[in-house]
Structure formats: C-alpha cells, structure tokens
Design a protein around this ligand. Structure first.
Ligand SMILES: *Cc1c(COP(=O)(O)O)cnc(C)c1O
Ligand code: SF4
Length: 335
C-alpha cells in the first residue's frame, strides 16, 4: 500500500526570514513599483556608501507608479546624497564625545542609551547611522559586560534606553540576556526601547517577544518611529495592539522630512493614525545635519509654521514636540 506522503510543512514566515528576504537592489524595488523605466533618472551614478535595504512588507505599502511616494523617498538612494553641503557632517549629534563605555552614550541626566546593535531592517536615507562606527561600538559585542558595569557604577541612571541601530534586530534571547543582567541593578527603574521594527517589519512582535516584554520587571516605554500615516497598515496596528496588551506605553518619534511629511495635512493624519493604534506622538525631530541628507532639510521657520497649523486643528496630546538635537545640550532643544 502506498501511503500519501505528508505535504511539505509550510515554512513559517518568521521575522528572521522576512528580514533576510528584504529588498536590497534598487532596480528590483523600482520594478516592483512600476518605476523601472525611471531608474536612469532616479538612481545615483556613484556609490552612496549606504546600500538600499527595505523589507518587502514595507515596500508593499508604497504606491505603485509614484516616484514621489513618501515611503519610497525614505529608502531610495538619490543622486543628491552625493553632494556635500557645508554644515552637514558625519557625527552630527556629538555621539562620540557622549560615549561613556563600549556602546553606551550618556547625554542627559538619569538616562543611559545603549547602542544595542548597529543593525536595522531598513536603511533610512536621512539617518545618522550611515556614518556611525558601529562595528566597534555596540553594547552587545561582549555580552553587554562593559555596558552593564557602567550602569551599575552610576546610581544616577534610573532609565536605560535600548537604541541602535534597532535593538529589536537582536534575537529575543539576546535581549533577555541584557534585561536579566539589568534586573540585578537596583537603581534601574524604567526601560525604554527605541525601535522602528514594529513599523517596518511588524512580524518582529511575535509571541516570544511579547512574552519577554510582559515579564520585564519595570514599566516599559516603546518609542516607535513612523514618519507618514501610510507606513501604518493593519499589520502595524496589530503589532501595536500586541505591544499595548503587554503593558508597554507606546510613543512615536518622527523626523521632519522635505517632500515626505512637511505638510500639515500629512502630519495631522499621522498623529490621528498613531492614536488609532494606541500610540502618542512624542517628538517631531528637525533633521540631524548628517552628511548626505541635506536635501531632506526643512527650515526652522517652516517647521514652526507646521506645528502652529497642527495646534489649530488637533487635540493637544496629538501634537508632537518639535525639537532639534544640539551636540552638548542638556536635553533635546525645543524650537
Ligand atoms: C534622545 C536621547 C535620549 C532621550 O531623550 P528624551 O528627551 O528623554 O527622549 C537619551 N539619551 C540620548 C543619548 C539621546 O540621544
Ligand atoms: S536607526 Fe532608525 S532611522 Fe536609522 S536606519 Fe535604523 S531604523 Fe532607520
């Protein structure tokens, strides 16, 4: 008798697999968006030194046939990046002088920021990460040892911020290794996670992650990073719901980006969409003056005008704080 062999098990779409399947070829991305015929004019001639990287699920939220799509413009290498502009430099926010231990930055009272990893699921063109020497500077590199000892030695640190890169690039097991060690430090009272992964690859918020989050011994704030309402589809809304169900407070920071969200309607819609997902707008950052990103800059007068326009139409709690990071300042600087 011949027994039917079982069907091959469906490979689960784990976040790690989706991560690996990200688009890294600009031509492929443009073809998917029916923009292949424009590749000659859209793509830079030279090497920008910062490759394209975008998860397929995020690319699927881009409008086909629209070379000005606000999600596409955040990830597509452009010729303008090759033009250096005075004042736009590699270390725009003074990260290197703020280093207090391997992978630990301290700029503000009470808060230590861990550069948990240099990896991200997406490469955002406007990001300072394009220049940061991550290979040497991640806190995970030697099992967090130096970072943990630095935090343990400074009782004024009551909040630890996991940042990067994107800390959720690390496996949940690796994150647990860190939080187990932090839990032995009595003066740590709050944990904050700065991440764009629930936006660009919401599958990252899987069962294992939610279990870890729920079991943490501190109140947790998760600061997401979305710049446009089109980034927030049903998958992202679901990930936010799971994070909230695990008792995390959800905030969002955006970067004000010319041609992407420098418009009162776009910013209002973003705030409304975030709130629908249980996320409170936190910061709207003026662009860091990063070499290769000058074409995204919006001037301060226009930025203030946009916030004034939001004030006239939205509830106060839907208005993000407009700030700039100034190297050496004791806090983010309100504009
Ligand atoms: C932005 C930042 C923080 C957090 O600042 P908040 O105003 O508390 O959000 C902490 N540490 C560093 C190094 C930062 O760059
Ligand atoms: S650190 Fe944030 S803004 Fe920068 S590339 Fe990674 S996800 Fe994008």
């Amino acid at each position: 008798m011949i027994t039917a062999s079982p069907l091959p098990a469906q490979q689960p779409r784990t976040w790690q697999r989706l991560w690996r399947e990200a688009i890294t070829d600009p031509h492929e991305l443009l073809d998917l968006l029916d923009l292949g015929h424009l590749s000659g004019s859209l793509l830079p001639d030279g090497d920008t030194g910062f490759p394209l990287r975008v998860p397929r699920g995020f690319a699927a939220r881009m409008r086909r046939g629209d070379a000005r799509d606000p999600l596409l413009l955040q990830v597509l290498p452009q010729a303008a990046e090759l033009t250096s502009v005075p004042g736009f430099v590699a270390d725009a926010v003074g990260d290197m002088p703020a280093r207090v231990a391997g992978g630990v930055l301290q700029k503000y009272a009470g808060r230590a920021l861990l550069i948990a990893t240099g990896s991200c699921a997406v490469n955002c063109r406007y990001c300072f990460r394009r220049h940061f020497p991550y290979a040497e500077e991640t806190a995970a590199a030697q099992h967090w040892r130096e970072a943990i000892e630095c935090i343990r030695a400074d009782a004024s640190i009551d909040e630890v911020i996991l940042s990067g890169g994107d800390p959720l690039s690390l496996s949940t097991a690796k994150l647990a290794e860190l939080t187990d060690a932090l839990a032995t430090i009595a003066h740590v009272r709050r944990l904050r996670i700065h991440t764009r992964l629930p936006i660009v690859l919401p599958e990252r918020v899987d069962d294992e992650f939610v279990h870890w989050l729920r079991a943490l011994p501190w109140p947790v704030a998760v600061v997401l990073h979305a710049n446009h309402a089109n980034e927030i589809d049903d998958g992202v809304a679901h990930a936010c719901a799971r994070l909230r169900a695990a008792s995390a407070i959800l905030l969002n920071q955006s970067v004000l980006l010319r041609g992407i969200n420098d418009d009162a309607d776009v910013l209002a819609r973003l705030s409304e969409r975030l709130f629908e997902c249980g996320v409170t707008p936190y910061y709207l950052h003026q662009l860091d003056a990063v070499d290769g990103a000058a074409h995204f800059a919006v001037d301060d007068a226009r930025a203030r005008e946009l916030i004034e326009a939001l004030r006239k139409r939205l509830s106060g709690y839907l208005i993000p704080r407009l700030v700039r990071e100034i190297a050496g300042a004791p806090a983010k600087t309100p504009l």
